[in-house]
Design a protein. Structure first.
Lengths: 338, 332, 348
């Protein structure tokens, strides 16, 4: 699973431009499913036919990133971003467009800044991507407005049982979901790899209509704000403390039956788990549980430090815990209780 | 209005997402008067009275209330919380709370960290009388939701309670179900999760597909000293909503409700609510569009522990609900 | 066909978000010149269908306009108002309004004469809640005619033709594009069609594109093109977010299916129509946003007409560019081939 996660993490797939991720996942899951298809939003569905409840498990393919909005006369690229803090993207390497044109996000050298400037936060509109173009005309040979811009962070293991990389939110979910497709379950099972989660939970809104699930589960990479001195509730989750179970977030209140089924499955299988001790942020389950006639939805997450930045850190043991908990929930048909 | 029914319905525990107890109380009251009463997948309570016209009128009143969800329990047994719905930190402090299992507590704040007027939910905690984390964990778990408890304060015709929003509307619909007669199918829907963004009403309407929906909720008033300018006054009748931030009510639906009121000599007020949304909009935008309007109960001090309504408005609202279902012609 | 005449007709009526009936009446009547297959829904959307079979392509322009509603009647007969949609309170003082009560009343938003203001008064922008609409009647008379919840709009003046084919007027956002739908129907009526085209005048766009979602549910299209206005350059505007008024803006980004973008661009190139790509990573703030996510997903495109001074009484557009919008709207469905379904697949 870790090898596959490395590949997934390093694929470029900014919200709205998930084609590389979709192509890779499609190849991986086609041998494992009865049918694999896309909808007109771009979601990828992997369906294992069965009888009984319709169970849908979602992971989103997209990652935070940027898009070219225009080219300046100097040849620098103007861009906008979704889900990023402008303070965290300066002095990073990027690729632009279909041909992976390399570029960098620069800023005025410290030597040239006034004291006042050093304290001022640079906004997205003050920042540009430099691909080395001579001028606007030259730049337009390589890129065009509408091209997506992605970070190029390499994936690797680090620390004590940890790994780092970009887009862990939510390629960890994608990696686990692919793994889950190797098993068979006593239900009509659809894995949905959704698009555009980061720009407004867009893919999930069509996924729920196309699948009409009775029970839905999201696999996510979530907040883990473990800075020194942060209390447990300020950190929301902790690395190495196991699978994260949500009770409520900005889009969903998890029903008691789902919460109990997940907690109980973890306890029975000796899988470490922790609560997501915060309610901010939302995910695909928000629109899913309210879609059509409604359904029961839950969320399992891998804690990821520094999500929505060019590089995040997560733990192998947590990744494994989420996988085992999701698998046990499905294998033991615990969805029948919710 | 049956005061016992009203008191039972407004007092029962039922924060957003955990409405089952409230649902059970309402169900017991409405079951004798309905053909069918059931909960849907999200927990909405749906009470059906069959008619003969082939048309369906839906009423929606939300049964959830705002609350505080436990995020963390500290070493000394204090509980830190996040809001469920629009809870003001300042208006929480100094109040009594209750959990689903009956555990009681009080709300206070870290008085060294910030001035009272500057506190956020981060500094607010619950004291449930425990001295250690372990002791607290015997009574309450992370993820449990507390609601504010308050007295049922009778002040002549006016009655104050923490949960008039929107249990008073649930009580009105339950009361109206006792005596209403209609040629149409009546779907009284007691909805869930309105306070966290009108999440329950849409799925209910999706399944029911009514020809007309009338939501019932509370609306703010402008008749208290130096209050923000609002047109609606307490005691001048229920309102017929024209607009809130979730919806603009179609003219035909407003006229329908006003005509029913006029025929039955029920005084109503026009309402434009500047801030706040209701289930009205969520239902309107279900499937291919559903005609949707709203009757509001004027209410002072919304989202504080002393939400106050006038029983004349409440009784008139019961009559208005009954008057609406007696109409043969539904709006187009 | 006289486009300015159609714009004049379409903008001469009230259509504040949530009460678009009068505008829908005009649009439906104009639709009916080309097809008798027109209808409405409970949300107030108006539809016109031509052609038959798959695919179904929906073309949409919103009919509603920003406006106000009466919140209170003061003791001296003046009206308090609140905005419906994005009304800039700063353009209100000194404006002439129309109040749609039992009768139509003329109203004026008063402003305090400068003689009575000090410097700090003048430096603060007016807040709509502090302003009043003066209809010149006593409380008793106003009470008989006006109710809380009645709609208020800016006064209607017919469009003003400026130099070089520019026209100024009210509610060109988005009724001008309604005129483009009519012109597109006119073009399509002279061509052979291998698909179904449903033109929709949508409601409540200014409140968050509410009508568009309902219309999409009702039409269940395979593809859709939303139309709206975008900003043309005005002094001080960010050059990255404006489009030259002689060009049709074609949007790309997360809200737009890449194949729809390509079909629109191909149509523009075929017709030698100048266009410019606008980029929107996420929410476009148009009907396109609430079309794409309906019915399990709709391949959605967006074209926009550059306009100066949006949401004022003197919105300025180029009639030539508007005609080009109409040509593109007609060209895309007219060029649909048998391979349409493949084009919409995400063959990565």
């Amino acid at each position: 699973m870790l090898e596959r996660l490395k590949i997934l993490s390093e694929l470029y797939g900014v919200s709205g431009d998930e084609r590389r991720v979709r192509k890779y996942i499609r190849e991986q899951v086609e041998p494992l499913c009865d049918e694999v298809y896309t909808d007109r939003m771009g979601n990828l569905y992997a369906h294992k036919k069965g009888v009984g409840k319709k169970v849908m498990v979602c992971a989103h393919m997209d990652e935070v990133g940027m898009i070219v909005t225009g080219v300046l006369d100097s040849g620098l690229l103007a861009f906008t971003a979704a889900g990023l803090d402008s303070r965290a993207i300066i002095s990073k390497r990027v690729v632009v467009g279909k041909d992976d044109v390399p570029g960098v996000i620069g800023s005025k050298a410290i030597h040239l800044q006034s004291m006042q400037e050093r304290k001022t936060v640079l906004q997205m509109k003050d920042l540009n991507v430099d691909i080395g173009a001579k001028n606007k005309e030259d730049a337009l040979k390589y890129v065009k407005p509408g091209d997506y811009i992605s970070f190029t962070t390499k994936f690797s293991e680090m620390g004590d049982g940890l790994f780092k990389g970009k887009a862990l939110d939510d390629r960890v979910g994608c990696a686990i979901l692919i793994e889950l497709l190797k098993e068979n379950y006593d239900c009509d099972f659809t894995a949905v790899f959704t698009v555009m989660e980061e720009i407004g939970l867009r893919g999930a809104q069509t996924a729920v209509v196309n699948v009409e699930p009775d029970v839905a589960l999201a696999l996510e990479g979530t907040l883990c704000n473990e800075l020194p001195d942060n209390s447990r509730r300020k950190s929301v989750t902790r690395l190495n403390e196991g699978a994260v179970i949500s009770f409520m977030d900005g889009g969903t209140i998890v029903p008691e039956s789902m919460l109990n089924a997940l907690k109980d499955t973890a306890a029975k299988n000796d899988i470490p788990w922790q609560f997501r001790q915060g309610t901010s942020g939302a995910n695909d389950m928000g629109p899913v549980h309210q879609g059509l006639a409604g359904c029961k939805a839950g969320v399992l997450s891998v804690p990821c430090r520094y999500i929505h930045s060019p590089v995040s850190i997560a733990s192998k043991s947590d990744l494994d815990s989420v996988y085992r908990l999701a698998k046990a929930f499905l294998k033991e048909s615990r969805f029948k209780e919710v | 209005m049956d005061m016992q029914l009203m008191q039972d319905i407004v007092s029962v525990y039922g924060p957003s997402g955990r409405e089952q107890a409230a649902s059970d109380v309402i169900k017991a009251y409405v079951e004798p008067y309905c053909d069918e009463v059931y909960n849907d997948v999200l927990g909405n309570l749906i009470a059906v009275k069959k008619g003969t016209s082939g048309k369906k009128i839906m009423f929606s009143a939300h049964m959830d209330q705002i609350g505080l969800i436990v995020l963390d329990i500290d070493e000394k047994g204090f509980l830190y919380v996040a809001p469920v719905g629009g809870v003001s930190p300042m208006l929480s402090v100094g109040h009594e709370v209750m959990f689903q299992n009956g555990t009681r507590g009080v709300v206070s704040y870290e008085n060294k960290t910030k001035k009272f007027t500057e506190i956020t939910m981060m500094e607010v905690f619950l004291d449930i009388g425990s001295s250690t984390k372990e002791e607290a964990e015997e009574k309450v778990s992370i993820g449990d939701i507390a609601v504010f408890v308050s007295n049922f304060v009778m002040m002549g015709k006016k009655v104050a309670h923490r949960t008039q929003d929107d249990r008073i509307a649930c009580a009105i619909v339950a009361e109206a179900l006792k005596t209403m007669k209609s040629e149409h199918d009546i779907y009284a829907v007691f909805t869930v999760q309105e306070e966290v963004g009108t999440r329950g009403a849409g799925p209910a309407a999706y399944v029911i597909e009514p020809d007309l929906n009338i939501s019932l909720d509370v609306c703010s008033v402008g008749d208290t000293p130096e209050s923000v300018r609002e047109h609606v006054k307490l005691g001048c009748g229920p309102t017929v909503k024209a607009k809130d931030s979730s919806v603009i009510v179609p003219m035909s639906v407003r006229e329908f409700i006003k005509n029913a009121a006029k025929k039955n000599n029920i005084a109503v007020q026009d309402e434009v609510l500047r801030a706040g949304g209701t289930d009205t909009g969520a239902v309107q935008r279900t499937r291919g569009g559903i005609l949707s309007g709203c009757i509001s109960i004027p209410c002072r001090y919304i989202h504080t522990p002393v939400e106050t309504v006038d029983m004349d408005d409440v009784d008139a609202a019961v009559k208005l609900v009954i008057a609406c279902v007696e109409e043969s012609e539904l709006p187009k | 066909m006289d486009m300015v005449k159609n714009i004049t007709e379409l903008t001469s009526v009230l259509g504040v978000s949530g009460n678009e009936r009068a505008a829908a009446d005009v649009l439906e009547r104009l639709f009916q010149k080309y097809t008798s297959d027109t209808w409405r829904d409970p949300m107030g959307n108006v539809y016109a269908r031509v052609g038959s079979g798959k695919p179904v392509i929906m073309l949409m322009a919103h009919m509603d306009e920003i406006g106000m509603t009466v919140t209170e009647i003061e003791k001296n007969g003046m009206l308090r108002i609140c905005p419906v949609g994005g009304v800039d309170s700063r353009v209100l003082p000194g404006s002439e309004l129309v109040v749609y009560g039992k009768q139509t009343l003329k109203g004026v938003v008063g402003c305090i004469p400068p003689h009575l203001l000090n410097d700090s008064d003048k430096s603060a922008a007016y807040d709509i809640y502090d302003l009043t609409c003066d209809v010149g009647l006593s409380y008793e008379k106003v009470k008989e005619i006006v109710s809380v919840g009645d709609f208020v709009t800016f006064d209607n003046l017919p469009p003003l033709e400026l130099k070089n084919g520019f026209v100024a007027g009210k509610t060109f956002d988005d009724r001008a594009l309604g005129a483009a739908l009519i012109e597109a129907l006119d073009i399509l009526s002279k061509r052979k069609l291998n698909c179904t085209v449903v033109c929709v005048g949508s409601t409540q766009e200014e409140l968050g594109c509410l009508g568009a979602a309902i219309a999409t549910y009702n039409v269940k299209p395979d593809m859709a093109i939303a139309t709206d206005v975008c900003h043309a350059p005005t002094p001080g505007a960010d050059p990255q977010s404006v489009v030259d008024p002689s060009k049709v803006s074609v949007t790309t980004g997360g809200n737009i299916h890449p194949a729809m973008y390509q079909m629109i661009v191909d149509a523009a190139k075929e017709l030698n129509i100048p266009y410019e790509t606008s980029v929107s990573m996420a929410r476009t703030g148009t009907d396109a946003w609430n079309i794409q996510n309906q019915c399990g997903g709709v391949a959605t495109g967006l074209i926009s007409l550059p306009l100066r001074y949006m949401h004022t009484n003197v919105e300025v557009i180029s009639v030539e560019t508007l005609k080009n919008c109409a040509k593109i709207l007609a060209e895309v469905p007219a060029r649909i081939g048998d391979d349409w379904e493949d084009k919409l697949c995400w063959n990565d």
